[in-house]
Design a protein around this ligand. Sequence first.
Ligand code: KIV
Length: 269
Amino acid sequence: MDQPVAKRITITALQNACREGRKIAMLTCYDATFAAVLEEAGVDVLLVGDSLGNVIQGRSSTLPVTLDDMVYHVRCVERGTHKAFIMADMPFGTFQLSPQETFRNAAHLMAAGAQMIKIEGGRHMTETTGFLASRGIPVCAHIGLTPQSVHQLGGYRVQGKNASEARQLCEDALLLQEAGASLLLMELIPAALGEEITRSLSIPTIGIGAGPACSGQVLVLHDMLGISPGILPRFVRNFMTDANSIQSAVSNYVTAVKSGEFPAHEHVF
Ligand code: KIV
């Protein structure tokens, strides 16, 4: 007889957590072994991010990551877990042309085991977001610093610092929610703006360098373990510094996010 299967965290559970003021702990993850460690430590959401281009493939940006790469890593993460919610990035070039083509590409990630896909971009992605959401594919919108547009943005810089950029991001967030996004990820924006957007939405927000008011936090796994090459961005805390194992570093991250201790003053803009 089949073993009883633990139920996976659902989008409804994440929305309930947000409504009840319980923070969501999310980390990037790219393989089965880490997926099991992260799940055991209590991470709610595993993001199979296209940051795998940087930390797994050794590229200088996320732009070369392909849909096949993403499908492979989603399958690996899915095999290593039975409870965590799995989100997958739509890589560069797979969602910009039409909602129909995006649906076809997103369907491969969902079939591989993703429960939600993430799309970088603001108001210009509302039509695609609505198209996917109305056809059974939950969408996490990603605004602020969108790494796939690094060349357009002129580098990895804090977004929304002046009034007109901030207003545009607030409007984008509302438009994406109205279009059907189930979650909003905000990257590298001032903490005050992260708070304003979080308050204006009914869907959960996840921050990375977006301040402590977000409904949850995410970091790139290799950054928070202190093994990414180069200097860590200001919004990262190295959780290995005070831990004697990867498992306890990740547990400490979960506790710090859920208690509101991370991000602290020194991690925000
Ligand atoms: O790919 C990724 O790791 C991401 C994070 C920066 C949120 O999108």
